[in-house]
Design a protein around this ligand. Structure first.
Ligand code: F6P
Ligand code: MG
Length: 290
């Protein structure tokens, strides 16, 4: 199934092709480099390499006016202003989400948001978002204004495995990031309740954990911490695209008070507490944090 907007379709098919290359190129690129990304996290060789590949491919698409990524400080101007030109978009990418999992050979992802606004932008300016999950099989979940679809990727092509993806009504799994002693009392109290209701699934790569929530129903959270109230995850590259996908799939996203898509960004690399999952679980979370 192709996306009706030709620029979005070009972005999505380019991500499919590049993800297949990224997967194959991980071997030999699992070591850390002597650099930190703009969020201060140690980079591995594959982070830098995947970012260069995606920047190169995505920035050359007609209609992509800006490219930004978690792995580079500045927004790349690719010619075309998303604020004033109707067919120009900004693309924000987390090239390898959860790349610290490379060392232990566990799941990772690639996250892409297509914004009809220049960056930093609110999530409600997204026109599409997708993620690739490098699990035993490489899959993609793509959300557009119309629907959410899950694909398997082989040889750079995508094949539908699930149409009109929605969160199951009965939630089953939860995954909460951050160390327990660093959680706020209000979040800890909420976590104690959820632990009694759902099964723990936490793998250390947001995409792997969010994909479990989309598959089985439940909640993923990386809350604000006592030592870092803004949490760990980045609004432009992680919060907004995941919030968009989960909301399109019938769930809710929140920063603790409101939809992630309604959060005003202050910086391209700005962080946010992040909560996504079944509607009633996020409603309860917001009530617990009030
Ligand atoms: O991108 C940041 C990230 O790797 C997420 O994919 C993941 O959810 C989180 O960090 C894991 O953080 P921690 O190691 O604190 O559990
Ligand atoms: Mg990430």
């Amino acid at each position: 199934m192709t996306v009706s907007d030709p620029v979005v379709e070009a972005v999505v098919s380019t991500v499919c092709r590049t993800a297949t290359e990224i997967r194959q190129g991980l071997i030999g690129r699992r070591n850390t480099v002597d650099e930190a990304n703009p969020s201060g996290e140690t980079q591995v060789e594959a982070d830098v390499w995947a970012d260069d590949l995606l920047a190169d491919r995505l920035s050359s698409i007609d209609g992509v006016g800006q490219y930004a990524s978690e792995e580079r400080s500045d927004v790349l101007d690719c010619g075309g202003d998303p604020d004033t030109e109707t067919d120009a978009y900004a693309v924000a990418v987390d090239p390898l989400d959860g790349s610290s999992n490379l060392r232990s050979n566990n799941s990772m992802g690639t996250i892409v948001g297509v914004y009809d606004a220049s960056l930093p932008a609110r999530g409600d300016a997204l026109v599409a978002a997708c993620y690739v999950l490098y699990g035993p099989v490489t899959t993609m979940v793509l959300a557009t204004e119309e629907t959410v679809t899950e694909y398997e990727l082989t040889g750079g092509e995508r094949t539908i495995v699930r149409r009109d993806v929605t969160l199951p009504d009965e939630p089953v799994v939860y995954g909460f990031g951050g160390r327990v002693p660093n959680w706020t009392d209000a979040f800890s109290e909420y976590a104690r309740e959820i632990e009694r209701e759902l099964k723990l699934r936490y793998g250390g790569a947001m995409i792997g954990d969010v994909n479990q929530v989309l598959t089985y129903g439940g909640i993923f959270a990386y809350p604000g911490l006592e030592s870092r109230p803004e949490g760990k995850l980045r609004l432009q590259f992680e919060g907004n695209p995941i919030g968009y996908i989960v909301e399109r799939a019938g769930g809710r996203s929140s920063d603790g008070e409101r939809s992630l898509l309604a959060v005003e960004p202050n910086d391209v690399h700005g962080r946010t507490p992040l909560f996504v999952g079944n509607t009633d679980l996020i409603d309860r979370l917001e009530a617990a944090l009030e």
